[in-house]
Every structure is written in C-alpha cells, then in structure tokens.
Write a protein that binds this ligand. Structure first.
Ligand code: FES
Length: 185
C-alpha cells in the first residue's frame, strides 16, 4: 500500500505507457488484494498509480466492474484528486512543499524558480519524460524549510542554486535544455 508520503518509489517507475496486458495484470492483482476492504476505491487507485506510475483510462472500467460502480464514478474520483494522473509522469517526480512553514521561509520564491528553471507548471511533465513537477503540502521537514522531495528523498533548506544542482544530477541532459513546452496532465 502507498500513501501521500511514500508515493515516490512508485512514481519512479513511471517511464512510459504500460500495454493493456500489463495494465490488466497489475489491476487484477490489486483488486484481489484490496477490493473487499472498507472504502476500497481510493486505496486501489493509489496502488494502481504506485505500481504503474499513473492510472490508465483503460483501468477505470475494470475497477468499476469489480466495485460495482460505473466507469464515470471511478473517473470522477481520479479527476477530482490532482494526485492521480491519467498519463505517465516523469521518471523523477519533484514535489515542492507549499505548506505554511516552507512558504514562510522562501517557498514561494523556490516554487517560482522551480517552474521557471524547469519550464513546467504544476502537474506538467517535461517532454523528455524525465521530470514531473508537483506541489505537496508538508513533507514533515518543517525545521528545514523550504523543502522538496524527489522520489523517497527529502531535501531541506533549498534555495534556487541548490535546486538547480539537485535537478542537474537527475537529468540525462543539462538543465539549460529543459525549458521546453510541456505536456499538461
Ligand atoms: S511545511 Fe514544508 S515541510 Fe512542513
């Protein structure tokens, strides 16, 4: 099972579209494990995204059928929560904390810098599929605000320069080439 604090490991797997056989295999396994727990829909969607890196449209009717709800109801939940993505996200998910402590310690400037230097808005993925930028609300690292998380690793006391250094290490191309148009979720 995953939650908002551990999703990074699954996101790191998001490197491309899964084929339908893979989708069905993963979703079927998750349904066997979770469909009978109380309030199963959100845990199932979290686990699908954790394992596939996104929630494919083709998984919605499978989930709906197993839970005896419509595809539209499943889709409504997926679209309501920004956490869920219907398309594969980047190989690296960079989450920038937008909660109070980080905001009071320069988080807004860090957000602006992250968007500018990556050429991405929230929930967008770079065309090279390397990076997706997402907001997050408190990483439990308030004493070292402002903070970001990449995968399972939390970085504190970030400024623009440190952000660029960390991102540079992630990319397979230099950061200077990253300011491309981006795909919207
Ligand atoms: S407010 Fe950003 S880590 Fe807590």
């Amino acid at each position: 099972m995953t939650d908002a604090n551990t999703q990074g490991s699954g996101q790191a797997k998001a490197q491309g579209l899964a084929n339908q056989a893979e989708i069905e295999s993963v979703v079927d396994r998750i349904l066997v494990e979770l469909k009978d727990i109380p309030g199963p829909l959100l845990p199932i969607l979290h686990e699908v995204q954790h394992q596939l890196g996104y929630v494919p449209d083709s998984s919605l009717p499978i989930i709906g059928k197993a839970l005896n709800i419509s595809r539209a109801e499943v889709h409504g939940v997926v679209s309501f929560y920004h956490h869920f993505s219907s398309k594969p996200r980047g190989r690296h998910i960079i989450e920038v904390c937008r909660a109070e402590s980080c905001q009071s310690m320069g988080g807004r400037d860090l957000e602006a810098h992250a968007k500018f230097s990556l050429g991405l808005d929230w929930y967008q993925t770079s065309l090279d599929k390397e990076i997706t930028l997402e907001p997050v609300f408190c990483l439990g690292n308030c004493a070292c605000s402002p903070a970001i998380r990449i995968g399972d690793e939390v970085y504190g006391r970030m400024d623009a320069e440190q952000f660029d250094e960390v991102v540079d290490e992630l990319r397979t191309v230099p950061l200077a080439f990253s300011a491309n148009p981006a795909e919207v979720k």
